[in-house]
Structures are given as C-alpha cells and as structure tokens.
Design a protein around this ligand. Structure first.
Ligand code: C5P
Length: 302
C-alpha cells in the first residue's frame, strides 16, 4: 500500500443556476452551468486502522466527525468496494466554508480520488462519479472540473467546450449561508409571488459566449435563480453586486447559494484592481482571484 496520497480539487462558480419547482424529495431540478476555478482544497490521505479527518488549520465551522463530507466519502468508497482498511485524512482548506463555492464537495471528491489511489481500489471515473452523487449534488462536478452543464439535482453532467480562460474575483463574505435555507427562501418568494415555476433550461446566449470565449457576452449572460433569495437573507450583497459597474467588471453574480459574489473581469490585471477596490470599499472579508476553467480532482503526489 502507498504511504501517502495528496489530491487537489477546485472550487466552482455557477455561471447559470436555473432552479425548477420543489420536488417531492426536497430537491429541485436544475439546469446549471458549473465552472471550476483555480482556488483549491488539498486532501492528504495516509494509511490508518480507521477513518478519521484533521484540518491543517482548525476551523470551528468544519465538523470532524462522521458528518464531515470527506469522512462520508471515505466511508462510501470503503462500503462500495468492501475495503476494510482505514485512512487518516488531512484537509488543507483554502476554499471558504459555506460560501457557495462547493468547498465541502471539493473535499469529498478529492477524498474519493485519494482513497481510491491509497487503497488500490482502481475504480473508473464513472464509478467514482456514481458514489460522488450519493454524497452531494456538487460532488460529481468537483471530480470532473472544467465547465459542464448539470441537470437533475446537478449530478448529471455533460462537459461544455469553452474557449479560452476567464478571470474571476471572488468576494468572500464574513459569514456563510446555509444552502437549504437559501433554497427554502427561494421557494417562499416564489410561493408569495404565486407565479408558475417553469422547468429549468440552459441559456443559449451563455452557451454561445462560452463557445466563442467572449468574456463580455458571458458577463452579460450570468444568471442565478437563487440570487434574489440570497440577497433577501443577506441584504448587504446588493451593494456588493452593485459595485460591479463602478469597478469595471464585466458581470457579477452570487455564486451558487452564496454569499460569495463572483466578479468576471477582463484580465488578470483588472482582477487585481477589482480585488483592491472591493477590499477598499469594505464590501467583503477577502477578495480572491482565480482563473477558470481548471481540471477536477487530481493526484498531486503519491
Ligand atoms: O445535495 P446537497 O447535499 O449538496 O444539497 C444540500 C441542500 O440543497 C439540499 O438538502 C436541498 O435543500 C438543496 N438542494 C436542492 N436542490 C438541488 C440541490 C440542492 O433543493 N438540486
């Protein structure tokens, strides 16, 4: 058996997040366009008798028991393969927690790849993706990376051919938001409005912008059905979103269920200007620069 495996997995933003009506199982059908960006968590997996997790930097918001998504991923892989070995997992977290950037999902995806290599279970990417879907709606995408359309709960993926690289600034809020709370608020707002919720569909203008690598068109096509709910729960986000034009960004959108706001900018130089501007205006706890698309979970070293 190997002594140690390190796997890196990316954060994501949703370039589009179209949310259908509430399903009887508590989820919503989605038409979403996932985009992996260059902000990463690492998972280091070492042989052990049982399954455990530690953090490189302590964080009271991250559970260290069986509720941790990385622990759940290791347990799910062990169960699916009949593996009796354990693993000691160490998480190097750079993706902010409860930020709408799928950090927990990145940890789960990285853990699946790390344990598969450590234990020599040698599952295919499709087999890993099947286990990933049982762990959370964003976990299969964290395995795949790149830019991809997600349907169903978000777990049915088809890669999108996107041309070029896009430059992002991620405005991270001081406090996270709970994903189920934001979906519930979205349902509540829709019920109050009384309008029928259409089946979600991918936006043609967004797909054309990705195919041609047109950042300006992409900025204009960004959309998120959860944005109104996230802003309702966190009114300060309206001001953050409103700063996009002033700062010269091509577009801004709440990432997933928020509260991170993703700013699309023209160039790495523009990203520095926007990050400095956001910080100077006191609109975020941290402004992180990242390019996309980037690959999904992959082994860094063994
Ligand atoms: O799948 P995951 O555990 O990440 O989902 C967290 C929560 O987000 C779900 O419990 C549900 O409230 C909401 N959700 C949803 N529809 C989706 C994905 C997530 O309602 N397609």
């Amino acid at each position: 058996m190997r002594q140690s495996v390190t796997v890196r997995a990316p954060a994501k933003v949703n370039l589009q997040l179209a949310v259908g009506p509430l399903r009887p199982d508590g989820y919503h059908d989605l038409a979403t366009v996932f985009h992996a960006v260059g902000l990463y968590d690492d998972v280091i997996a070492e042989p052990a008798d049982d399954i455990s997790v530690t953090l490189a930097e302590p964080d009271p918001e991250v559970p260290l028991d069986g509720g941790n998504l990385a622990v759940r991923a290791a347990n799910a892989l062990a169960e699916a393969t009949g593996m009796a070995e354990g693993v000691r997992l160490r998480l190097v977290k750079r993706i902010p927690v409860a930020a709408g950037l799928a950090g927990g999902s990145a940890d789960a995806a990285a853990t699946l790849v790390a344990c598969d290599a450590l234990w020599g279970t040698a599952l295919s990417r499709d087999e890993l993706a099947e286990i990933a879907a049982t762990l959370g709606s964003d976990v299969p995408f964290a395995l795949l990376g790149g830019t991809a359309i997600g349907t169903g709960r978000g777990t049915l993926l088809s890669p999108v051919l996107a041309r070029g690289e896009f430059h992002w600034v991620l405005a991270v809020a001081a406090e996270g938001l709970s994903t189920p709370t934001v979906y519930r608020e979205c349902d509540r707002l829709r019920e109050a409005a009384g309008a029928e919720v259409p089946d979600p569909a991918v936006d043609d203008a967004l797909m054309a912008a990705l195919r041609s690598g047109d950042a300006k068109a992409l900025g204009a096509a960004l959309s998120n059905d959860l944005q109104e709910a996230a802003v309702g729960l966190r009114p300060a986000l309206a001001q953050t979103l409103g700063a996009a034009a002033e700062l010269g960004a091509l577009g801004a959108i709440v990432s997933g269920s928020g509260p991170t706001v993703a700013f699309l900018v023209r160039s790495p130089e523009a990203a520095i200007d926007v990050a400095v501007g956001l910080t100077a205006m006191g609109l975020c706890r941290d402004a992180k620069r990242a390019g996309g698309p980037v690959p999904g979970a992959k082994v860094l070293r063994t």
